[in-house]
Design a protein around this ligand. Structure first.
Ligand code: RIB
Length: 306
């Protein structure tokens, strides 16, 4: 029973500031942190911290950042046999600004993440026979994500897609390959064209994804909770009451915990509860991977709010 994450690996350079700068402004920040990140790596670490056997398929540069990032993933018990070290392109970097309210802005320099090719697809195919859940995002080449999803689907393994960041031209054929899509409200609005203002509009967006061929749509509304829909049920879960200091990896924590719970055979509603709890815990800690909860922390948090 193993989980495959197919996606990006970045070094996050995080500046904490009282507020986000406006265009043309120079602003003094408070702290600069160098933290392992990337949506793929964060989601793989989120799964591994919750004790899922997790393989990450992705690419790093053969540089100092790349070697550091590889080591961090190995320390987190992520299987890194599917990580290729690119000889010609540097590792991916994300420049992140976090304000006093925990809101962020992110600029990504993809580097090696943009170079995934048949090497990663072939490796993915070789590990599909042991896989039970597949989780991916959109920080690596879109055409490759689609090909990967096709292969995973053919193998009868469920595909979870975190559609972040939303590309300019999202290929509609990809929707038909997705079992569960997990946009936040901004991504859901960008993809469907529906302004997400409340629970009703989020549910409407979820229905739109179903019409396009997705089996289950989960729309994350941050501190307003989570809405989901499939052809059998529609649901809503309020957010856990926490004080957010950095929401950067909250979505990654959500996806990792959701995938792990489903991998263990929990119901969709229970898996969404795990995801929401992991996202809430992650938002209370600065940084991406350091904020992802381990299993004991998650179980304790869930018991506390039961
Ligand atoms: O989701 C957060 C992540 O987005 C960061 O770790 C950053 O690297 C970007 O990929």
């Amino acid at each position: 029973m193993s989980l495959i994450v197919f996606g990006s690996i970045n070094l996050d350079l995080v500046a904490t500031v009282s507020r986000l700068p406006i265009a043309g402004e120079t602003l003094a920040g408070e702290r600069l942190l160098k933290i392992p990140g990337g949506k793929g790596a964060n989601q793989a670490v989120a799964c591994a911290r919750l004790e899922a056997t997790t393989h990450l398929v992705g690419r790093l540069g053969n540089d100092d950042f790349g070697h550091q990032l590889l080591l961090t993933l190995q320390e987190a018990q992520v299987c890194t046999d599917g990580i290729h070290m690119d000889q010609n392109t540097p590792s991916g970097v994300a420049l992140i600004t976090v304000d006093a309210q925990g809101q962020n802005s992110i600029i990504i320099i993809p580097g090696a993440n943009a170079c995934l090719d048949r090497t990663e697809l072939e490796y993915l195919q070789s590990i599909l026979p042991q896989a039970t859940v597949f989780l991916t995002q959109l920080e690596v080449p879109l055409s490759l994500v689609q090909e990967a999803a096709e292969k995973v689907k053919q193998a009868g393994i469920p595909v979870i897609l975190d559609p972040a960041p939303v590309p300019q031209n999202f290929p509609h054929a990809l929707y038909g390959l997705v079992d569960i899509i997990t946009p936040n409200e901004v991504e859901a609005a960008q993809l469907t064209g529906i302004a997400i203002e409340d629970r009703e509009s989020a549910t409407q967006a979820a229905y739109q994804f179903l019409e396009w061929g997705v089996k289950t749509a989960i729309v994350k509304l941050g501190d307003r909770g989570v809405v989901w829909a499939n052809h059998e049920e529609t649901g809503f879960l309020p957010a856990f009451p926490i004080r957010a200091v950095d929401t950067t990896a909250a979505g990654d924590a959500f996806n990792g915990a959701l995938a792990t719970a489903l991998n263990e055979g929990l119901s969709l509603q229970e898996a969404i509860q795990w995801g929401s709890a992991a996202g809430a815990i992650s938002a209370t800690v600065i940084g991406t991977q350091p904020s992802l909860p381990d299993r004991q922390t998650l179980e304790h948090f869930l018991q506390e709010y039961d």
